[in-house]
Each structure stands twice: as C-alpha cells, then as structure tokens.
Design a protein around this ligand. Sequence first.
Ligand code: HEC
Length: 481
Amino acid sequence: MRCVFCLLMSLVFAAPLYAKSPWPASNGTPPANWAGAVFHPNFEFPTIPAAVQRLPWDGVDFRAAPEVYLKAVLSYILEGMDTTTWDGRTNTVRQWYHAPWMHEGFNGREFIHGLTRERSSRKGELGAGQTRCYQNWSVAIANPAGGYAYGQVWGNGTALPDPRNSLFGQGTVFVKLLFTQAPASEVSLLEGAPEWEANIHDPSDLYPPNSADACPSNRGRRFPQKVRLLQFDVAVRHDAREVAKGWVYGTFVYDGRIAGDDAWAKLKPVGLAWGNDPALTDSAAAKGAQPKESIVLSDFGLGRHFGRGGRMNGPIDNQKSACLSCHGTAQYQSIAQVVPPDDAPEKDVLCWFRNLPHGIAFGYGPDKDHACGAFPKTGVVSTDTSLQIAIGLKNYAHATGAHLPTAPEAIPSEMQVVEARRAARALENWRALSVVRRSWILERTVIDRGVLIMPIHRGGTDLSDDRFTPEESNGRTLDTK
Ligand code: HEC
C-alpha cells in the first residue's frame, strides 16, 4: 500500500524553503515544463543594523597595497558562499541580499539566475579573437550592512519605498558577477570559466541584416543559453579622508590562462578607484596625464584603457565612463545621463567626474537648461552610488505611478561649501535631519537652513577644513558666493 504520509512529507520537504516575496522576482516566469534552476531573490532584509565589525581589509592601505585590499574583500565575499548558485541565503557565515524591482523591462532580471542585461561587448573589445558583438548579463548582491539599507529604502513591501533612506553604512559590500555570451574559443580569458544558464535574448537578433549599428540592443525574445563569468565587481563603503565619495570600487577579471582547478582563484584584480580625478580632462590624458585616484594593475593583454582617461573600469564597461563616475549619477529621480553625452565639451564632461561627498546627489548634467549639479525644485536624493536602488525606484514609480518622497527640505537649493564650513563650526545652530533611522551610521547628515547637506562624523569632531580642499570645492563647481 502506498504511504500517503510519506508522499505528503516528501511534498513538504520538496517545496522550496523561500518566503513569499513582496516584489516580483523576474521578468517572465519559467515555462511549465522547466526543470532547471529558478531565481529566488533574497528580499528578507535585516531590520536591525549589522554590528560594526572589524573587516579583513581594515587597516590595509588600498593605495599602497591595492592587491592585498582587493584580495581581502574577495576572500570575505567567498566566505561560506556556494559558488555554484551564489544564493546568499544558504551562506552560513553571512547572508547576502538582492535589490528589489530590477525585474522590469527589456533589461530586467531573467528567471534562472536573476541576471539583468548589461552593455554588450563590441567586436574586438575582449581581444583580437572576438569576432562579433556579444551580450553581457549580471547579478549583484549586498552583505548584511547593504541589506539593512535596502530594507530602510524598500521596507517589506507594505508601504511606499523611501528614497531618502538610501545611505549605506560603513562596511557595506556589493558584489556584481558579470557573465558574457562570448565563447572561450574567441576570448582565451574565458577558458574554464564558471558557466551559467540564463534566459537571455536571441543572439541572432544582435546581427540584423543591413543594420547600421554593429552591436544593437535588440528587443528579441529570450530563451535559455549559456553565459560565462568574465568580470567580478566589488564596491566597499569605506570612510577615510582620501575616499572622496565614501566608496572604494574595484574589479577582477576571470583569467582562464592561470593554471589550477579552482576557478574562483583565477579572479585577478584589474584595479581600484576611490575618486574620480575631477581635473583630468581627455586632452590632458591624451598628452599622458594619469589618474591619481585610480590604480590599474592590469589590462590583461587587451591593449586598451577600460576607463576614460585611464581611470579604473572593467573590460565589459563603457570606456566613455569609469566605475565611480557612472555610479556617481545614482539618484532619485534619475535626472542625469549616466555617461557624458558624446558631443559634450571638455568642461561639461568633467561634471561627471566631480568628487561629490558621500550622500550628495549628482543633480542635473549640464545642458541648455541646467547648470552642472543644479537641483530641481521637487528635490532629488542621492542613492549613494547604488544604481540598482536608483533603477529599482524608477521602475517602481513608473509601474505604480507612485510619487516617492525626495525630501525637498533636505535638498540644497544650492550647495555652498564656504557656508558649510562656517556652519559646521557652529554646530549648535544645526538641526538634525529627520532621519533618526540613519543615526547608527558613523556619519550623520545635517542640514543648515535647508540650503545644504554635508556629512559629518559622529559628534562633529572631525569637521576639519581639510575634508574639503579648495580643489575639491572647485571640482564640485559649487557656487560659493
Ligand atoms: C556606464 C555606467 C557604469 C559603469 C562604468 C559601471 N557601472 Fe556598475 N552598474 C551600472 C548600472 C546601470 C548598474 C545597475 C544595473 C544592473 O545591475 O543591472 C550597476 C550596478 C553595479 C553594482 C551593483 C550595486 C548597485 O546598486 O550599484 C556594482 C557593485 C557595480 N555596478 C560595480 C561597478 C564597478 C566596480 C565598476 C567599474 C569596474 C562599474 N560598476 C562600472 C552602471 C555602470
């Protein structure tokens, strides 16, 4: 006789142990007969901040020892991780989380691994052997400090998200794994690279006959195909005087030419960046000027700069930009292009390379109607270099028609650095912002008469003038009158 109880129990145990998600996981659902992996985002954000811990890279000078710093970050990320699935929930050392609302649209998360579509790699960009344009897709996760901030912005899905809470605490780590459809037969770096199946676009649509664009963003159907790990991005919230925006961005490339069986030991650092080099113009770079706030360790024999003016960037990324420049535009609402327009004069291009302090929004890019960094009357909030928060909020507002708060009272009509210094010295005149929930962060945001925001260290003791050098002030093109 059949064991009905056993049958029931096997059903119970076979059922996935995933909590019901308050937001959709992916763009499209698996077909009925799908037997492969299915993406389950981790939106169960911690509601109490992660305890401040000593991190393996604390005390490592990323400028003097960039490789040591990046390897310490990589080991932390790999700790306890199932590198087959990258499901942060099964990690017994620490949990990893996903940013909500990345499922929407043409580039939205696919259903197998939650990958979003990235910029495609043009013929030759990944080496002379690359014969044509290939799609790239990626997934990003955040550690508990990052997950806590996700929760502060997004809540648990029962109330409107609040862009004003987009501030990540010291020790936040983001990781982003970028996969390419390019094959190892054309790109030798990809030999033995970790492979995933992903529900991505029909590649034949990438080569429409007679198309003027050799690498278009096609809008074809999706079906499961193989992709290979090529680039591995990290972003670390790091408070140090020299870290202009409060973040160190770094990246690795998978190099299959390295001997050995452990694929994850073949991630080789490209370099890191802690600032934008606000004064480095394209023409100065063409004459040989080098970035001072980026360190590039290798070009992997590809024979090109990955970032503008030699700034640190990855081989998959847009060469007209660089990690911190593109991420510096992360704001709600998204009122600026992420990359400078092709026809922008040099002085305008530098708008995208300002070293805005941690938590300050990019504002508008320069155009006929706006000055660089101007703010709209409705306010705009920095999403603290997180483009997934910026895009997720934009998707959410677009799909639901919701008006999300941008805290006009917290938005400077114009930022005045000289004024900031004066006000900072008279702390008792400042009133704390209504962001009590952020007070655990080692730095607090204060506002003076609604005209200015600047981050200060707890207790206001570290407000020395040298946090803002005259160069930086100029770099920010702020009106100091
Ligand atoms: C031209 C723009 C651009 C450049 C350059 C760029 N990124 Fe991104 N990045 C994005 C966008 C857009 C997203 C969000 C969309 C997505 O993940 O699909 C993102 C997401 C990320 C995330 C996930 C966290 C988040 O919310 O932002 C990390 C980490 C990241 N990038 C790291 C890097 C690093 C490291 C570099 C340089 C090696 C880099 N990025 C260069 C545009 C850029």
